[in-house]
Design a protein around this ligand. Structure first.
Ligand code: URP
Ligand code: ZN
Ligand code: ZN
Ligand code: ZN
Length: 459
């Protein structure tokens, strides 16, 4: 054996028990109590939790946006991921007009081959059907291991938005190819209308970022997308759900038996729209914006009752000087916030506080992401799976600060937030990449996760 993790409290989405895990050639080969095996490395996990590594299914690394590029590239973003217990990241390459899917993804994969410190997969953002040729490429993309496509229902001026006609074509063909469609749901016309009015009235502080995209802006698009998905009986994954009304509509459709999956992000669980009234409100500008207390309460209720499927970060940080571009005009603030290193510690901290179970935290951050997105090798501590493992100390406290994170950004919205409990080690395919506060991995070690086509429906 290469590695034996002994006597830890093993936590899966279903069970919690004391045991040993043996690893060979990057895979979990044996689980039991008092395993009598020789291993090159033995780790005593007595008193610690042993968890599957998190899968952050929503990141934007080196993403061109708002006249700049997000502050974490594949190296720093995945380094930070490792240090937060994330063993696989999903990035969102954006198809440029006229380009194909495999071509778009390949370009990003080449960057990851050299830089990624943890494993990685891609959802491809479709911005243009190329006269229909893109739809004909879905099977090839699935064969390549990319089994999810994303539609932005906003970002018109950025050239990323798709209209409803494009959305429904993508939904239908994605399903036929064994893939799922992810959507960013906001109504672009309402946003533009609101912004025009606010600008005419000289209302340009970050608070108007929220007021230009309040709850119904998101709810309308959530509901529209759910209707379209139902109309062609296609699976739909709604990213960064932040509003109560849209959430309720999506949950209702799910209860009717439709394959609707819902993701939210830690920032919506922690912050409300009140942050936009702060002096540093621009740093919290992301889309959709944080919503009101009622929406946040609804998200937590859905986290607790099982109706939200995943929590992922939408990691897309920008440097302070870039956020400052919008000091006097919220429309000039690049959209996005940091989170990749905070996801698992934050959700596990909530488990530690008793708000959810550790099993549920694992389900939201590891096993459901793996199931929904066809990562058959990942997301669970079972024999035969990749040995993506986090050892977690419930007693360790950390106050998050830009100084103890491992990204390249110069500020974080999580500054000053305390988490109870923290990962002490992260293993990717049995290799230690994070140890007691330090990154110990190797850029380029991360491998592409070739995903399987899906029929959909979580068992
Ligand atoms: O504000 C955000 N979320 N920026 C990243 C792009 C997106 O919409 O997910
Ligand atoms: Zn988005
Ligand atoms: Zn929503
Ligand atoms: Zn995003």
């Amino acid at each position: 054996m290469d590695l034996l993790i002994k006597n830890g409290t093993i936590v899966t989405s279903e069970e919690t028990y004391t045991g040993d895990i043996a690893v060979k050639d990057g895979k979990i080969v044996s689980i039991g109590t008092d395993l009598k095996v020789d291993a090159k490395k033995v780790v005593d996990a007595t008193g610690k939790l042993v968890l599957p590594g998190a899968i952050d299914v929503h990141t934007h690394l080196a993403m061109p946006f708002g006249g700049t590029v997000s502050a974490d590239g594949y190296l720093s973003g995945t380094r930070a991921a490792a240090c937060g217990g994330v063993t696989t990241v999903f990035d969102y390459p954006i198809q440029r007009k006229g380009k194909g899917i495999v071509e778009t993804v390949q370009e990003r994969k080449d960057m990851c081959d050299a830089e990624a410190c943890v494993d990685y997969a891609f959802h491809c953002c479709i911005t243009d059907l190329n006269g229909g040729a893109i739809l004909d490429e879905f099977e090839d993309a699935v064969d390549y291991g990319v089994t999810s496509f994303k539609c932005f229902l906003v970002y018109k001026k950025e050239g990323m938005m798709v209209d409803d006609g494009t959305l429904v074509r993508i939904l239908k063909r994605a399903k036929e190819a064994g893939a799922i469609t992810n959507i960013h749901a906001e109504n672009p016309d309402v946003i533009d209308f609101n912004i025009e009015q606010f600008k005419a009235e000289g209302k340009t502080s970050p608070w108007y970022h929220y007021l230009s995209r309040p709850e119904f802006v998101e709810a309308e698009a959530d509901k529209r997308a759910v209707h379209w998905a139902k109309s062609v009986d296609a699976p739909l994954y709604i990213v960064h759900m932040a509003d109560k009304e849209g959430l309720e509509a999506a949950v209702a459709a799910k209860r009717e038996g439709h394959n609707i999956f819902i993701e939210t992000c830690p920032q919506y669980l922690e912050f409300t729209c009140d942050v936009y009234k702060r002096e540093d409100g621009r740093n919290f500008v992301c889309s959709p914006p944080m919503k009101d207390q009622e929406s946040q309460d609804a998200l937590w209720k859905a986290i607790m009752d099982g109706s939200i499927d995943t929590v992922a970060t939408d990691h897309c940080p920008f440097q302070s000087y870039e956020k400052d571009w919008g000091k006097d005009d919220f429309t000039k603030i690049p959209n996005g916030c940091a989170g990749i290193e905070n996801l698992y510690p934050y959700m596990l901290s909530k488990a530690n506080e008793g708000k959810i179970s550790f099993n549920r935290a694992v389900e939201l951050c590891a096993s459901n992401p793996a199931k929904i997105f066809g990562c058959t090798q990942k997301g669970s501590l079972t024999i035969g799976k990749d040995a993506d493992i986090v050892i977690y100390d419930k007693e360790k406290e950390l106050t998050i600060s830009v100084d103890n994170m491992h990204s390249d950004y110069d500020h974080t919205i999580w500054e000053g937030i305390k988490v109870q409990g923290y990962p002490v080690q992260t293993y990717v395919r049995g290799t230690l990449v994070y140890d007691e506060g330090e990154f110990v991995g190797t850029p380029g070690f991360g491998a592409f996760v070739k995903r399987e086509p899906q029929k959909y429906g979580l068992e």
